[in-house]
Ligand binder design. Structure first.
Ligand code: TRP
Length: 347
């Protein structure tokens, strides 16, 4: 069964979900569940390509799973699972790798940026350790999507190139072995782009450090502190534009549902009457209301799901059934044997 309307997306397992993850992606994922069949993945195998993926990865994945449920992903409606629980995908990654051009992989912007960042890191001969996993990252991403024969992938613009590569791989497979994979479309939804509060010229990210992000479940005092100290004026802004810091606060205020206030305050800014403390106060109030609701919802999830790892395994079974069907088809078309059976007593 192909699923041209199936929605698929993935998120990195950082132990803390930020309001940037929420407004920029997960809130939209939650909405999509009521329009289409959706599958969402916590991509712990992708996280392994990051050199700081510590021994706490399992904890981070579990936390991200809980955060997704608290943020409104409904496990009774949607398959939400952890990537490493579905080995079929990793296997499909190999099959697809044989249809992927090395040149294409080495030209991926994210690969180039990350490998430059790594220079000076863990040592290899020339002082650099760039893993083949980093190069393979987009092949695994293609395998994620294609294993479910998904048609729509809600991601940001930064993933457009990876999606293009996934389509190319699907096309090559289909023309060489016969049709298995629909070409996944990028679903570009208008979502608020949340920037760091400490440096509003950079996208909010946990990796920038604690001053730069606000967690979706963060306590009131620390949310207020971060908003109070949020950078508002950073350098010169072309006339007719709002400074990046103010823009970010207005974005957050609107994203919390206070669009009218945000519109008014934007007008005040241009009229020269906006008091930054008022904007910060309103934004902090709105965020405190959000994060406190989210903390309640998180507590609800933990109460509702006393056997979290059991739930994770139940989701894995559902995902494996879907991915297994596709993998079986791909194996057959490619002319390889089915997996041998594992007998009891084998070491
Ligand atoms: N690379 C994506 C990111 O960094 C995460 C991801 C992994 C993903 N597999 C995916 C996104 C499949 C969409 C579909 O955001």
């Amino acid at each position: 069964m192909t699923r041209p309307s199936l929605v698929y997306s993935g998120i990195q397992p950082t132990a803390v979900m930020t309001i940037g993850n929420y407004f920029g992606a997960v809130k939209n994922w939650a909405r999509l569940q009521y329009e289409r069949e959706c599958v969402y993945c916590v991509v712990d195998l992708h996280a392994l390509t990051s050199p700081d993926a510590g021994g706490d990865l399992k904890h981070a994945s579990r936390e991200m799973f809980v955060s997704l449920l608290a943020a409104g992903i409904d496990p009774d409606r949607t398959t939400v699972y952890i990537q490493s629980t579905v080995p079929e995908q990793t296997e499909l990654c190999w099959l697809l790798a044989t249809l992927t051009s090395l040149g294409d992989l080495s030209r991926m912007t994210q690969f180039k940026e990350k490998s430059v960042l790594l220079r000076g890191g863990d040592s290899d001969d020339d002082g650099t350790f760039v893993s083949a996993g980093l190069l393979f990252y987009p092949v695994l991403q293609a395998a994620d999507i294609l294993a479910y024969r998904a048609g729509c992938v809600p991601v940001g613009q930064d993933q457009a190139q990876h999606l293009e590569l996934s389509r190319g791989i699907a096309r090559r497979f289909n023309s060489r072995f016969g049709f298995v994979f629909p070409e996944p479309e990028t679903l570009l939804t208008q979502v608020p782009k949340v920037m760091s509060t400490a440096d509003p010229t950079r996208k909010m990210s946990k990796s920038l450090g604690p001053r730069h992000y606000i967690g979706l479940f963060e306590e009131e005092a620390s949310v207020r502190k971060k908003i109070r100290s949020a950078v508002t004026d950073s350098g010169v802004t072309p006339s007719g534009e709002v400074s990046p810091g103010i823009e970010n606060l207005l974005t957050l205020l609107a994203a919390c549902g206070e669009e009218d206030d945000a519109r008014q305050m934007r007008a005040d800014y241009f009229a020269g009457t906006l008091r930054y403390v008022d904007l910060k106060g309103r934004t902090a109030d709105a965020l405190v209301a959000l994060t406190s609701e989210m903390r309640d919802r998180r507590a609800d999830v933990l109460r509702r799901e006393p056997d979290l790892d059991g739930r994770i395994m139940e989701m894995a079974a559902r995902a494996r059934a879907m991915a297994g069907e596709t993998l079986g088809l791909a194996r057959e078309k490619m002319g390889i044997f089915p997996p041998g059976r594992r007998t009891r007593g084998a070491k």
